[in-house]
Design a protein around this ligand. Sequence first.
Ligand SMILES: N[C@@H](CCC(=O)N[C@@H](CS)C(=O)NCC(=O)O)C(=O)O
Length: 187
Amino acid sequence: MAAEKHIEMLLEEVVLADPACPVKQYNPLGKVPVLILPDGDSLYDSRVIVEYLDNRTPLAHLIPQDPSAKIKVRRWESLADGVCDAAVAVMLEQRKPAQAQDAALVAKQVDKVMCGLQALNDDLGKTKWCVNGVFSLADIAVGCMLGYVNLRFSAVLNLAATYPNLERLHVSLLKRQSFKESIPIPN
Ligand SMILES: N[C@@H](CCC(=O)N[C@@H](CS)C(=O)NCC(=O)O)C(=O)O
């Protein structure tokens, strides 16, 4: 959102597991993302941050001003974020030693990822952008989710073959400078 709106900010990478990680000073929940404002105050989570950024500049809103379009966009965002949350849960569980992993929890979260991807793929259909034919936060949210799912699960999930509409959207998004600059890097 910041790159699309040409808002400059410093990206500080953190290791949440590090006891010296500064995130908790800014978000009592200890979660990223957190946006630290010039006056030292902070904003979280991503849904609040994107709304703040979108209102920083009056033109080219990526969250529509029209209430009905806005609700549609935010619904797409909710589903994309929900898929991300489930994918993160799978990744965290799979990083535990094999004997400590909960197979039922993994299966439940994988189901959420698959059902979410299928619904997004079906809702997108053949259209270029998610809502009303106009690029918006909905496309950004879906694109960020696809980047994360690709990063973590490309070995087991062939997104292009299974969700062709989402793949087409992802290819379009990756042509944008904002996405080129923020491709997630494995750690
Ligand atoms: N819905 C939140 C998700 C935030 C979230 O769950 N962040 C994860 C990383 S993807 C996190 O910081 N987890 C650390 C924890 O839960 O302690 C958002 O969009 O900001």
